[in-house]
Ligand binder design. Sequence first.
Ligand code: TGC
Ligand code: FAD
Length: 385
Amino acid sequence: MDPVDALDVERLYTDEERMIRDTVREFVRERVMPEIDDWFERAHFPKEVIPELGKLGLLGMHLHGYGCAGTNAVSYGIACMELEVGDSGMRSAISVQGSLSMWPIFTYGSEEQKQEWLPRMASGEVVGCFGLTEPDFGSDPAGMRTFARRDGSDWILSGTKTWITNGGIADVAIVWARTDEGIRGFIVPRETPGFSTSDIERKLSLRASVTSELSFDDCRLPDDAMLPGARGLKGPLSVLDEARFGIVWGSMGAARSCYETALEYAKSRVAFGKPIAGFQLTQRKLVEMLLELAKGTLLALHLGRMKDEGRLEPEQVSMGKLNNVRAALEIAREARSILGANGITLEYPISRHMNNLESVFTYEGTNEIHTLILGQAVTGLPAFK
Ligand code: TGC
Ligand code: FAD
């Protein structure tokens, strides 16, 4: 039995999926691992990685046409998992670019909007971000105050979005705003007068990722800045399904890194005259971690196959996000305990993953929100308010 892929889940991958796994794994080994501790410590996101991810065909990879790779959803999931073995910030980069920024243009944009933006976003020449959360409205985006009003054929956009991944380095923002005709999505280029960003400093989580506030001070946008196909809150919420799917996979990547690190450490660290892996209590920890890792990876693959068959429902994505991020966080905490004092340093990846997973637990719908989504699905009774 393979001590990491104990259920031989990767045997269920196709040859093409295995090839993508190998490509991303190598990228993480060669490009991310030698630098990630330094990026994390300096709170630095290397923007130059984005075109490199584009060259590998990972940006908007499961979209078809417009310079996108056109893979299946499972391949996208595998890429998310392998990148998050490196760091959640690396997975966030492709989530935000491919799922949160390109997918809404691909799904709700006009042909002109797709032609204008998608090829340059697929190559990484143009970086996107997704603005839904506001200072007073995170879990409940229906309350958003950002507003776009008509002025002739133009729109005037005003408001503030916050906690926006890649906001400070983005060339374009997908911004959701209230209008007289309900919530609509807008493509806002960085150079739009009145659009400014400021980065959120002193984060203790996702330090190798930029997180920013976006301000819109009476930004004038042409009529064709609006995404014609998205109307109402359903627009942004459907976009979230895409990124949440990536997190179902990605969280298992962070968990795998923590488990593998703890397993290797336990075999070599000696206490009371023998390797700590030889103590029953340590073995129990490792086995519990292995069980959750194996189940979470299988769940991710199952949801991926359902997505590729076109029958994955939003509530099922919530099941995956709720279960896998919670499991990954528990695995990270247990792994940290196996390393003892060494577990708290940047010499090992565990505390870095653990801190990152605290954000992953909160963004894309908190643990509580996904619990309530599932509670509503099984009882028919909404308990959000
Ligand atoms: P509700 O009345 O339930 O729904 C309004 C309309 O939307 C539809 N809908 C969905 N459609 C597709 N997918 C989903 N997941 C959907 N959820 C709801 C729904 O059918 C309805 O359609 P219609 O046609 O009837 O109008 O809306 P609500 O206001 O009661 O809210 C429900 C709730 C709480 C579940 C929702 O607001 C929610 O999911 N809140 C969490 C917000 C969230 O996840 N924000 C994430 C921001 S982006 C981010 O975190 C990026 S991290 C980036 C990185 O990886 O670095
Ligand atoms: P709140 O909504 O204030 O919730 C606080 C607590 O109350 C949580 O535990 C929550 O579960 C609980 N709670 C709220 N309502 C209920 C309820 N009805 N019942 C029970 N408990 C409840 N957003 C974007 O739009 N784009 C991005 O790119 C993006 N990137 C992010 C990157 C990072 C690093 C982080 C940390 C966040 C990012 N976000 C982004 C924002 C993220 O989506 C929000 O933080 C998240 O939706 C939660 O909102 P909040 O932080 O305002 O928490």
